[in-house]
Write a protein that binds this ligand. Structure first.
Ligand code: NAD
Length: 327
């Protein structure tokens, strides 16, 4: 029998706490240690050794490491892991900028190491079912993707705006659901008075397969919304990530715009972080898996940078296209 994989987590904030909770009971994996620079965070953690730096974790012969530090720290942490030969699951956004994200892509590709980005919204059971059914061609051609993601202010995220922190989920979902790349972006953002970063954003996008897409995000909303809607040749299909419900509004007969049958069901499934770690474990074991690659993570960073650039210049922006080429 294969021995359990030795994993550690660096960063014990909101995301790190979810990773550690899942890893403590994940089959085939042993959580060997955690790290955080904040002594209070370490003190609040029990069950496995808690150290203060990634360097200390690197002495523990890890099979992989989770990076759940603030975004600016992803690059130095990831580069250190790649240099030490340790596969990594890095939280989204992959990097604080596209060059930072691409340096991580290069470091892990050059080292021949498995690495992934924590785009957990793909793993919501309803969204995942939508993606799998779309990609199997069940609904025919995809015409349009519409996403809405609204939340109350999360207090803890102050270093980046809502585009970098939240809309990155939607650009990743849009590319994953369509299997296409974002080729053109127009956008607008709005900042509440006194805030350093944007709190609301909208974007309209075109994709390489001819699909069109738009997103709306805000982090100052009194209610939560997580909606993905896809207009296809077979009608609209929506995934509500909060209720985990998939709904298909089929076209009626004889005209395509007449309302047809509506089918709706709740999708059961593992919690997103668990499913993410199962996929990463399977990747390390050489089993079939659907981890989110660093190149996909970098493409999402490129798209969010394009939204911000479009919003600030008023121009239509093309996210850099060197990401389309795999080595
Ligand atoms: N996938 C998701 O849906 C999702 C959800 C929330 C957060 N995130 C991502 O996870 C990351 C962390 O977000 P968070 O909300 O948990 O942040 P947080 O501020 O709550 O936690 C970050 C932790 O990292 C620690 N830290 C900072 N620098 C460090 C260093 N050099 N060495 C060791 N520890 C260090 C901090 O002390 C803190 O405990 C961000 O990139 C965020 O975008 C992803």
């Amino acid at each position: 029998m294969t021995r359990p994989l030795r994993v550690a987590v660096v960063g014990l904030g909101w995301a790190g706490s979810v990773h550690t909770r899942v890893l403590r009971s994940l089959e085939g994996v042993t959580l060997v240690a955690v790290a955080d620079i904040d002594p209070a965070r370490r003190a609040a953690f029990d069950g496995v050794p808690a150290v203060s730096s990634l360097e200390e974790l690197l002495e523990l012969e890890l099979d992989y490491c989770v990076v759940a530090t603030p975004t600016a720290e992803h690059e130095p942490m990831g580069l250190a892991l790649a240099e030490a030969g340790v596969p990594a699951l890095i939280e989204k956004p992959l990097g604080a900028s596209l060059p930072a994200a691409m340096r991580l892509v290069k470091a892990f590709e050059d080292a021949g190491l498995i690495a992934a980005v924590g785009h957990t919204e793909r793993r919501n059971p309803a969204v995942r079912e939508l993606g799998l059914r779309l990609r199997a061609g069940e609904f025919g051609a995809v015409y349009q993707v519409v996403t809405r993601r609204h939340s109350p202010f999360p207090g803890r995220v102050r270093d980046v705006g809502v585009v970098t922190d939240i809309a990155i989920h939607d650009v990743d979902l849009t590319m994953w659901l369509t299997g296409s790349q974002i080729t053109s972006v127009a956008g607008n953002v709005r900042c509440l008075e006194g805030r350093a970063h944007e709190d609301l954003a909208i974007a309209a996008m075109r994709l390489s397969g001819g699909e069109i897409a738009n997103l709306q995000v805000s982090r100052i909303s009194p209610y939560k919304e997580r909606m993905v809607a896809v207009h296809t040749a077979q009608g609209w299909v929506t995934a509500d990530a909060l209720t985990r419900t998939l709904t298909h509004y089929a076209h009626g007969e004889p005209t395509v715009s007449a309302p047809g049958k509506v089918t709706s069901y709740e999708v059961p499934g593992a919690e997103p972080y668990q499913s993410q770690h199962e996929a990463f474990r399977d990747a390390l074991l050489g089993l079939p898996n659907d981890i989110v690659t660093l190149r996909e993570g970098a493409a999402a960073v490129a798209a969010t940078e394009a939204i911000l650039s479009a919003a600030h210049t008023g121009a239509c922006v093309t996210p850099t296209d060197h990401l389309l080429t795999r080595r």
